[in-house]
Design a protein around this ligand. Structure first.
Ligand SMILES: O=P(O)(O)OC[C@H]1O[C@](O)(CO)[C@@H](O)[C@@H]1O
Length: 447
């Protein structure tokens, strides 16, 4: 099986095969624009050929730094927000045993995240909870001025310096930031931290395969070479030389574009394994920031099934008919668990005896697919053979490529996010940042 397969049969009814085929030219053009840089936001296309261009030397440097941090710390605090957080978090959650912390022996350092919120209790409990552990930190910010990670880093830097001194801290803190500009670059130079670069031409949400994602993942013991290999194979599978009909990124982009134009304004990404919950969070940033502008764009939402069939399932089945659903399906689980026969059979489930949990999950998925389709929710199905580094690497790149193509079809610049500034301005004004005094006064009157 290839890295993934895509099935759009269950969108027919809302749109036709002819509607999708009619988008072939637009999709090919979008893919070409990503390749030749002739579209909007062409300064930010460094991710397009990134997998192919990552050298084994670069991966070796990342692994070496990760091993060094792992030798110094039981817990590595990874500080960042948005694209400087979600890629690493998504892959780590997908590939980790969620019950690892219950084991007496931790073979690899535990990676915990900070700077992705402004919760005082989160930061307090993180600092308290890690007090008796050896710690190190990876601080990630392209701009170097994002409030949430900068605030968290102040606290964590102080904690590390107070424990290990300035010199010890310099060995335990690694910064990932712009090559030359920004507050974090200056700080890292002043303090003598090891640094990695977020290339100028790669925006946060497309940066998972740069050191932004790769260093924290390597530190957590994830095989980043395999992650990159999967992405590299997907880069080939979605290239401009691969015809529309065989190109999964173009098919996905065409299907969701056709559905959007037919009035389906909300796309729900569904998965049947909680390991993929943060892949959906990553996907939401990717698509939300790329497409939601100029009064346009599909609203990206997500559910984890079957859990959310017992909450959001009602809405999906019978609520407003503005939804489309994209399911990430996994062919094979890693482990085997079989349902046993019960002598009393009070729950009436002995008919499941001998079946694997994954078979029940698969039938829940198939039943849901048909129920949602029958309820007027068109369905796109993306299947990966299993959850491992190789397939997740391929899946992430697939979504990136399809996002760029969809964005161009929508007519927006998929690589900027001007709308994010509005909340920042108001927050600074309300907090009394110098230069924002008047704005602050105006805002306070309105609260
Ligand atoms: O890496 P930085 O510059 O701290 O930015 C973090 C995130 O903030 C945003 O700029 C939006 O605020 C995202 O696009 C980005 O991923």
């Amino acid at each position: 099986m290839s890295i993934l397969s895509i099935n759009i049969d269950k969108i027919y009814g809302t749109v036709s095969a002819a509607d999708v085929a009619a988008l072939k030219g637009e999709m090919e053009q979008g893919n070409r624009m990503l390749q030749d840089g002739s579209g909007k936001g062409s300064d930010f296309l460094g991710w397009v050929n990134l997998p192919e261009s990552i050298t084994s030397e670069e991966l070796k440097t990342i692994r070496k730094c990760a091993d060094n941090l792992a030798s110094l710390a039981d817990v590595i605090l990874v500080i960042g927000i948005g694209g400087s957080y979600l890629g690493a978090k998504a892959v780590l959650e997908a590939l980790s045993d969620p019950f690892q912390l219950l084991r007496n022996k931790q073979e690899k350092p535990i990676v915990l995240f900070a700077g992705q919120n402004l919760s005082e209790d989160y930061l307090y409990e993180l600092l308290e909870g890690t007090r008796s552990y050896k710690i190190a930190a990876i601080v990630i910010s392209k701009s170097g001025t994002t409030t949430e990670p900068a605030v968290a880093f102040r606290l964590i830097k102080n904690e590390i310096e107070s424990r290990y001194g300035a010199e010890g801290a310099a060995k335990r803190i690694v910064a990932i930031t712009d090559a030359a500009r920004g507050a974090l670059r200056t700080l890292a130079t002043n303090e003598g931290y090891e640094t990695f670069v977020i290339p100028d031409n790669i925006g946060g949400r497309y940066s998972v395969l740069t050191p932004v994602g790769l260093l924290p993942l390597a530190a957590a013991g994830i095989n980043v070479d395999e992650l990159v290999r999967g992405a590299r194979d997907m880069e080939k599978a979605t290239g401009t030389d691969v015809p529309f009909e065989k190109n999964p990124a173009m098919i996905y982009a065409a299907a969701r574009t056709a559905l959007y134009r037919a009035g389906k304004k909300i796309e729900i990404l569904a998965s049947y394994d909680p390991k993929l919950l943060y892949v959906a969070e990553w996907w939401k940033q990717l698509y939300g920031e790329s497409e939601g502008k100029d009064g346009k764009g599909i609203f990206p939402a997500s559910v984890t099934l079957t859990a959310d069939l017992h909450s959001m399932g009602q809405y999906i089945q019978q609520g407003e008919r503005t939804l489309m659903e994209t399911v990430i399906s996994v062919t094979k689980p890693k482990h085997k668990v079989v349902i046993e026969k019960d002598k009393d059979n009070l729950d009436g489930l002995n008919f499941l005896a001998g079946k694997r949990i994954s078979e029940v999950n698969r039938m829940a998925e198939m039943g849901t697919l048909l129920a949602h389709f029958d309820g007027g929710v068109p369905n796109i199905r993306i299947e990966i053979p299993e959850i491992n580094e190789y397939y997740i690497g391929g899946l992430l790149y697939f979504f990136e490529k399809a996002c760029g193509i969809s964005g161009y079809a929508l007519g927006v610049n998929p690589f900027d996010q001007p709308g994010v500034e509005a909340y920042k301005k108001n927050m600074f004004a309300l907090l009394g940042k110098p230069g924002y005094e008047e704005a602050g006064e105006e805002l306070r009157k309105r609260l």
